[in-house]
Design a protein around this ligand. Structure first.
Ligand code: SIN
Length: 521
């Protein structure tokens, strides 16, 4: 058994920022499924939204977030997030994060523009913002003596006692092939999102909804799981797994075109390419389906090669690897699953409804994103909630460790475990893609419900009887996530933000969260 004051699960911006704060006062175990870098944060291109420019205001950032969230954001929480953002950004900068400055004025940040923003306000580090942030946070983590990092450790389930207090987690040591118990006074889930539940995604392989699934099995409320954000522009190329063409490219003037070169976004929104993401992704989906085409194209040939190489060095090189010179060629793109606006329901401090258990970042549903997250608000949410959780949880550090002596031995391990359930893995992801994507209908949701329920129950049975592997842990989790999406989607009898059901095309007058709990069926 490994005992520490704090157990943090996940190594994206939320988990790493929280670990650094908490380490000032406590001993921290930080566990991550692969290497520290393996997170969605590391892949984030766009940046962090923050009010900096003199012509900008908190009110405008708040308003853009609320409009994007289609009536479901919690205004009070959005207001606090936006007001706290400059302080949190300054903390990142003091740790060493370098955001790109203006070429003609090195004292000012170069601010990017993305869909749904009425103003340039995205701080970025070229087009590899997340990687810059991860680099700096990881460097600081590795020199901190109060933090012990456990790479290649996959959390399986939370340990919650009869008084509804979280006391730790069962964790699989991937390489050593054994189950370890991590005991802690405070447990924080910062495990990222769940977009690997879908066949096509912009996310890294680790995004299998582990935090949400574990919390749900343990008894937390999980909210708004139907709001899955599809990023409109992922590179369409069978070898370019998960590669995103940042929305910042549209912010710099890229136009979406059909195969024949015609534009189409003016039919869908006066903001055209810079409409909120749900609108752009739905427009592309509609064009592709009506015309039976495989992809649309992003055209940024209006900009010079030197501008593109400077502003988007990573995207430029990656496209060249696939034979596309974005200064001359249109980039083939399709929408893919990108971000979960729903998740473990938390209050303004990051608390869940299980004592001593916090959730933050994409794992959580904080009320910030509503029915559709505004671009570049997610890294911001990660640092703001890391600070909230840190401040709120200090009071628990003087608490006690609960007895874990008589825990049941629930899991098996085996050295010769070669069983991988590829068929089920593929079926869950395909069913989610076919029935739970951008355009839904009652018929699709009912089909999804039938198929996913059968698969989930089979997968849970295998899981009980088979030795633990990372693949089995992840498979059980994506099955749980798919089931949560379909159950939430079936309960939402309207179209709002990212949830569009052709059988209920209108938005209801009153916006409500859909909350699911394992114990209330
Ligand atoms: C992007 O660079 O387009 C992604 C930014 C985000 O998801 O907020």
């Amino acid at each position: 058994m490994i005992r520490s004051d704090y157990l943090i699960i996940g190594s994206g911006i939320a988990g790493l920022s929280l670990a650094l704060k908490v380490a000032q006062k406590a001993k921290v175990s930080l566990i991550t499924k692969k290497k520290l870098f393996d997170s969605s944060t590391d892949k984030a291109q766009g940046g962090i939204a923050c009010v900096i420019d003199k012509s900008d205001s908190f009110e405008k950032h708040i308003q853009d977030t609320l409009v994007s969230g289609a009536g479901l954001c919690d205004k009070d929480k959005v207001t606090k997030l936006v007001q706290e953002s400059p302080d949190r950004l300054n903390e990142l900068i003091s740790l060493g994060v370098e955001f790109t400055k203006k070429e003609n004025n090195p004292n000012e940040f170069d601010l990017g523009l993305e869909g749904g923003h009425s103003q340039r306000r995205i701080l970025h580090a070229g087009d590899v913002t997340g990687n810059e942030i991860e680099n700096v946070l990881i460097k600081n983590i590795l020199k901190n003596k109060s933090i012990t990092v456990f790479e290649n450790y996959t959390a399986i389930d939370l340990i919650v006692n009869e008084n509804n207090i979280c006391c730790g987690a069962y964790v699989f040591a991937n390489e050593k092939n054994y189950i370890e118990i991590f005991q802690a006074k405070i447990i924080a889930l910062a495990c990222g999102g769940a977009s690997k539940t879908y066949l096509y995604t912009s996310n890294p392989d680790v995004s299998t909804g582990d935090g949400i699934a574990m919390a749900y099995r343990a008894g937390t409320d999980v909210a708004n799981m139907e709001f899955v954000q599809f990023h409109p522009t992922c590179l369409y190329n069978k070898n370019a797994k998960s590669f995103l063409i940042s929305e910042a490219v549209r912010g710099e003037g890229a136009i979406l075109r059909l195969k024949d070169g015609s534009q189409f976004m003016d039919k869908y929104s006066p903001q055209k390419e810079l409409a909120p993401r749900d609108i752009v992704a739905r427009a592309i989906d509609k064009e592709l389906k009506t015309r039976r085409q495989d992809c649309v194209y992003l055209d940024i040939t209006s900009k010079s090669k030197s501008f593109l190489m400077k502003r988007f060095p990573n995207i430029y090189i990656k496209c060249l690897d696939y034979g596309i010179d974005m200064a001359k060629d249109m980039i083939p793109v399709i929408p893919a699953a990108h971000f979960f606006c729903g998740g473990v329901k938390i209050d303004e401090h990051g608390r869940t409804n299980i004592k001593n258990l916090y959730a933050l970042g994409e794992t959580s549903c904080s009320g910030i994103h509503g029915a559709n997250r505004l671009a570049s608000n997610s890294l911001l949410e990660g640092i703001v909630y890391a600070d909230r959780v840190y401040k709120d949880s200090l009071r628990l550090l003087n608490g006690k460790y609960y007895d874990l002596q008589n825990l049941p031995n629930k899991y098996k391990t085996s050295k010769n475990n070669s069983l991988v359930y590829m068929q089920e893995w593929e079926e869950i992801r395909r069913a989610s893609w076919n029935y739970l994507s951008i355009t839904r209908s009652n018929e699709k949701l009912i089909k999804a419900k039938k198929r996913i329920s059968i698969l989930k129950s089979e997968i849970n049975t295998f899981f009980k009887h088979s030795p633990v592997t990372v693949e089995n842990i992840e498979l059980r989790n994506i099955a749980c996530i798919a089931d949560l999406i379909v159950n939430s989607a079936l309960q939402r009898k309207e179209s709002r933000g990212l949830h569009y059901n052709v059988d209920y095309p209108e938005m209801l007058p009153v916006a409500k969260d859909i909350v699911l709990n394992e114990s209330v069926k």
